[in-house]
Design a protein around this ligand. Sequence first.
Ligand SMILES: [Zn+2]
Length: 556
Amino acid sequence: MKKTWSPTADLLIKNVTVYTVDLTVEEIKKGKTDFTIIKNGYVASKDGKTIAVGSGLDESLVGVETVVIDGQENILIPGLIDSHMHAMFAGIELMNVNLKNASSKDEMIDLLKEKEAVTPKGEWIKGSEWNELVWDVKESPSKDDLDKVTAENPIVCSRLCHHVCVVNSKALELAGITKETPNPDGGIIGRDEDGNPNGLLYEPAAMGLVESIIPELTEDLRILGIEEMGKVLSAAGITSCIDANLAPDDMKAYLKAYNKGRLSYRANLMFYLDKATGDIPYHLNRIKEMPTVTGFGNEMIKINGIKILFDGIPATGTAAMRKPYEHIPETSGYTTITEEEMIEVAKLGAEYNWQIGVHSCGDKSADIAIQAFIEAYKVNKNDARHYIIHHAVMQSDQIPLMKAYNIPITVQPTINSLMGEQSIIGAEMAGRYMQYKTFIDGGVLVAGSTDCPVVDCNPFLGMHSAITRLSAADGVVWSPEQVLTPAQALIMWTKSSAYFSHDDDKMGSIEVGNLADYVLIDTPLLDIEPEKIRHTTVLKTILDGRIVYDALNTEV
Ligand SMILES: [Zn+2]
């Protein structure tokens, strides 16, 4: 039904405390955190935009068609933004065997056996997110363990970090991986003492040997993943995210999901520059020929940039470091492409107006990424906002350069809390691990994200981790001097994250003229003991002025 235009609001939320986060990114970089808080407030929206914010209630905004919500003295915050995750893949993973809660290797095997019982012979069995670090016996599974499940179905299970997978003998056989198979460039095939593959594959280059023979994802499955993840994100209060590592077919599925009304979050899509799909000359050619560019699209679905996976993770010794690891002294890690290649990609990307996001966990890979961005800005002095994803182990001498060249980082506090990586990488490196406050104090913009499905997309778990630095893996608070304030944590998941998708002029704060994305929560984040923050309940999520998640029914 077409509505006639009227001056009243489409949606009005009253009786709430509004945390507006009405700060500019420039103010945030200067350390400002005291945004406006409105007690006994209201917010009104029309045609997907905020048209009024204030205290009390402006009755003139309420017309016959206005949906009025009584917020029951709860807290209204801007729609939350996850600036680095893998939403579509997380949605597809929801359909895999979830191994995250397996408390032992035996339990992992049992869960896979349950799936095997209902899977036709010969079909792939996929599992997700095992993590031996939370098991009593901290020993990775091997092909021998998975062979106990079945010899007839190929099995592949990704580790929580998504940088390692384990497969069974059937999968090794189908992929043709034998004792004679050399390690692919940028990846490692795990082996026993005799040099036989043990089923573990490290980094995408090696994991790709198996993943490339798994039957292609269908478009229907992709769209279903996008739709199912939308429900999860809405329930978590997330209204916008950057979805990294996408191939052209993934982007097509996104467009179809959007056109069919099955996309319920603002999706900012990153093309994946993946060494496993081609060499650097191939990718340089792709950049030149890509029919889109950063910013192409609309407020619900648009192109973000190019994602480059530049190194691995510290725990496995695959992140590129300036010096060898304390816990694996024979290596200082490695980058997936050379320094020259990275700089070449960044310069060409800049020339073609692409924004570039680089996965860098090691200090050495960050050195190169920073240098590449500086070179990119020499080619094109635009507002590209090239950024580093993770920046797990930092060096303080990087901060002045990052500030000078405006290189922000998107970080995942939940990873530190759930995976306990800092406890195994040695004291020196742990002392430089995820040093958010040092970055913020140094004038570097730090945004919140989860890298979901690496960890749960729940932003309140991430905020809690950033505020407490409490490691759930070993109960230790580490680098306690790095704790952030609740206001800083909320800013990370709102205005700072909006910057990465060039949306900070219309998103990440509740202000007149901005998009009408809000989350009603039960917890006064700024005014409560930190422990309660991780138990925050989302009551309603509003996207574009429409309710997309509703745990209450308070329409009046
Ligand atoms: Zn990621």
